[in-house]
Design a protein around this ligand. Sequence first.
Ligand code: F6P
Length: 326
Amino acid sequence: MPRINRIGVLTSGGDSSGMNAAIRAVVRTAIFHNLEVFGICRGYEGLIDGQFEQMFSNSVSNIIQRGGTILKTARSKRFMDREGRDLAYSNLRKFNIDAMVAIGGNGTFTGAGIFNEENDFPIIGLPGTIDNDLYGTDATIGYDTAINTVVEACDKIRDTANSHERLFFIEVMGRDAGFIALRSGIAVGAEFILVPETTTYIDNLARLLKHDWRRNKTSGLVIVAEGDDAGGAYEVAKKVKEKLPEMDTRVTVLGHIQRGGSPSAYDRVLASTLGYAAVNALLDGQRGVMVGIIENKLAFTPFEKAIKHHKDINLQLLEMSRILAL
Ligand code: F6P
């Protein structure tokens, strides 16, 4: 196995809070092992364009508490083509980079997996996405912070919903997964949580809402995961309003506030632990895997499995949330 002297680190895909903490951990662990580290800007785009910059210990000072990513990020279309990946590989060779840590989600690991196979180039992945939709880790970097942001926003909406006796439909991110919706929905005591993993029947939802209102509810929150099969919050609200015209409904789409902000303590610790583990794993000869944490233990999952084996949502929690909202 060729010796690793110099590594690259990049962030790719949608940013998530805690990515900076992960970069910091990668850079400082590498320096501890006498490796040189190069930051690659703008994800795979910067890899293709040769935007490499050497990083030192003080390059990552004062960033553990900052949201976003100091390396910038992008969703690279060019990296999906062989031509783009070949350019990226020649840049890695030009800069004598022996291995790379890629921080991102599904798209990042799909690219990393193909690149690994084509060039036999050592890459280790860190799960950085608010969606928590990767197999091989209990939580992804940024998920906890995103949930805390949703909870804070929903608590505020609850105040006004209550005062005006309104029913709010609140759309949260998560792409085609309902992890953010489920966990934040439980935390805010939502009346209903709509997730892509289960079929939403509008008739049923309207019937239950009517029942709730008849009993004693005068306001409520329905958390709608953006990927729900019944549509986004606007669509669901419209369909419900058609069945229950007497209800005063409002819609809030939380959007990108879920992606930014200072990372929670949980995300900082997770990112630091995984960043440290990624460099050690590279030096131990691990390649083509994502480092995650399962039941408080480090876990190494091949990229292909991390992307394709969808983590299951806990349907019992969904059932529990409904009972607790009665
Ligand atoms: O994957 C993270 C995520 O925030 C998803 O929840 C969302 O669907 C998507 O990215 C939005 O992407 P963009 O910022 O490119 O619009």
